[in-house]
Structures are given as C-alpha cells and as structure tokens.
Design a protein around this ligand. Structure first.
Ligand code: NAP
Length: 295
C-alpha cells in the first residue's frame, strides 16, 4: 500500500483563493482592506526568506501590507515603540514579528507588547489562554494549518488516538490542545511525546494520527508506525545543498519507508509549510473583520 499524499500546497492554494474573494468583498461592500505588517530585525537569511514569502502572499491577496525592516542593533526600547505605533495604527490589523530576535532583545517582552487583537501569529499569552479554554482567538498558524489539512482531507479525528511528537509552544503543545477540544478537527484522545518519553515507538505505534514536530531528520521510521496511520510531518530539516546551492529539505519522518504503511501522509516540502503562511493570512482577515465589526 502506498499512502495518499496530503498536499498542503493544494489545500493552501484553495484557502488562498477563498481569502482573495473574501478580501475583494470586504473592500467592495465595506471599504475594509486587511492590513498586515511584518517586522524583521536584522538580515538572517532564513528570516528574510520567510518574511518575503509572507509579504508576497499578503500582496497577492490584496492586503495593505508593510515590510518593516530594522537593523540588527535596534534597542529593545525602540522596537517596543515601533510595535506600540502599529498597535495604534488603524490601517494595520495584524502585526507579525519575525523570530528569532537578536540575543539582546527579550522575545517574550516583544510578543507580549503586541495588541492581542492584532496578534495574528497567536503567540500572545491572551490568545494562548483563550485557545486552551476554547474561546474565539487567533490560533497559532502551524497548528491551525494542520487542523485545516485534516478537516479538508476528510480525516476523522473524533475518537482517534492522536500521538504528537514534540512539545514546543508553537507546534506540539497547541496542536495537542486543539485536537483534544470539542471542535472540528478535535475530539481525539491525545498523547504527547518528548525527549524524556521512555519508549516513543510504543506510543507512535498506537497512533491513528501521528503529528511529528521534533526537528530531527527522519526520526520516525516505518517500524514505529502501524498500518493505516495518517501522518502529519511538521519537520523542516536542511540536510544539504544541491549543486546549484539550493537547500535540500527533509521532514522528521522517513517519508519513503513510512508512506508504504500509512493511509495518508504529508510531504516535505509541500505539506505543512505552505499552510502556515496561509493561516497567517486567514488570521489577518479575521482580525480586520473583527476590527470592522464584521465578525
Ligand atoms: N512547516 C512549518 O511551517 C513549520 C513551523 C514550525 C516548525 N516547523 C519545523 O518543525 C520542527 C519542530 O519545530 P519546533 O519549533 O516545534 O521545535 P523545537 O522547539 O525544537 O521542539 C522540538 C520538540 O521535539 C522533541 N523531540 C526532539 N527530538 C525528539 C525525539 N527523538 N523523540 C521525541 N521527542 C523529540 C523535543 O523534546 P524536549 O522538549 O524534551 O526537548 C521538543 O519538545 C522543526 O523542524 C521546525 O523547523 C515547521
């Protein structure tokens, strides 16, 4: 058996088309244009490529989008002042600060300074708290994208044994929390594994749905999964370069081996990655609607 490939690329494209139509309607009927600012500190090449992709997508969808690049040596105080200005700016509905920030800046302080109503990354403690108790909030983009992929691919999560490998604040903890909630893409029985888990394979072999966010190339192998599992591979690992200098990527799952046992699996690249940016756009549209009293 070879698994069905869950294409994040295709699902993301579909969601972006929906958003584009929604944005055009908001502009035409209500004079509202979603506004997104991406704040980049320094010139870290990976961060530059992430914000460029976010800006391009925002532009394609018809957003009012601003790329605010600040020097590596900007003081924490100045960065906080800039965030405060965007908090007050009524043309901006979503503020994204690209992480990581340079060592002299306290990331927590910066993220906490963003108005929770503009926190389209969903990292502010107010949004995290609302998420945990199931209130309306901005969901963090990667877990939000995983939920959408599962729902739109028709994967039954209700009653499923879900095993999440990884307990980070941006992927592992929130996806585990969302999948146990009473909601679409939820109602699962969830287990979380991490580096102190005694026997990771014991748990992964029980999984109906396996979400892997370990940040370790091909750490999940075919002998660690059962037949018919649905696998969501969040990992993005750079394992080399092509002769042209392009990064060679692989996931946290040994795709070639696991796909022979799985019912469905996400590829890397082209799986979770394209969904993350798209959910940032979805959150920004939501923020603009809330600001304008349309949602
Ligand atoms: N596609 C996307 O849009 C997207 C978005 C975010 C992240 N990612 C990728 O997803 C991966 C994870 O990201 P992250 O930020 O969640 O990483 P992270 O903060 O490094 O967390 C990794 C987690 O995995 C656990 N872990 C590591 N090796 C393990 C093993 N062998 N067995 C069991 N647990 C293990 C760690 O356990 P401990 O807590 O015990 O250390 C930790 O909880 C990375 O490759 C990242 O690039 C992709």
């Amino acid at each position: 058996m070879s698994a069905k490939i869950i294409s994040g690329k295709d699902i993301a494209r579909q969601i972006r088309e929906e958003l584009k139509a929604e944005v055009a309607e908001m502009k035409k009927d209500h004079g509202v244009t979603p506004g997104l600012v991406t704040i980049l500190v320094g010139e870290n090449p990976a961060s530059v490529s992430y914000v460029t992709a976010k800006q391009k997508t925002a532009h394609d969808l018809g957003f009012h989008s601003i790329q605010d690049t600040q020097p590596e040596n900007i003081s924490e105080e100045d960065l906080l002042t800039i965030i405060e200005q965007y908090n007050r700016d009524e043309s901006i509905h979503g503020i994204l600060v690209q992480l990581p920030l340079p060592g002299h800046i306290d990331e927590k302080k910066v993220l906490n300074a963003i108005d929770p109503d503009k926190d389209v990354d969903g990292f502010h403690p107010v949004n995290v708290g609302r998420m945990v108790i199931g209130e309306r909030c901005f969901l963090p983009c990667t877990p939000h994208g995983i939920l959408e992929m599962l729902i739109r691919s028709g994967v039954e999560t209700s009653g499923a044994e879900v095993v999440v490998v990884g307990r980070s604040n941006i992927v592992g903890k929130p996806i585990a929390n969302l999948m146990l909630q009473k909601r679409a893409g939820g109602n699962a029985t969830v287990t979380i594994c991490h580096t102190r888990t005694k026997d990771v394979a014991f748990h992964t072999r029980r999984a109906d749905i396996l979400v892997v966010a370990a940040g370790r190339p091909k750490v999940i192998t075919a002998d660690m999964v059962k037949d018919g599992v649905v696998v969501i591979d969040v990992g993005v690992n750079r394992i080399g370069k092509t002769p042209e200098g392009k990064a060679i990527l692989c996931g946290d799952v040994d795709f070639e081996g696991v796909k022979e046992k799985a019912a469905a699996i996400t590829p890397v690249p082209g799986g979770v990655g394209p969904m993350t940016i798209t959910m940032l756009m979805k959150n920004t549209v939501q923020a603009a609607k809330q600001f304008a009293g349309l949602a």
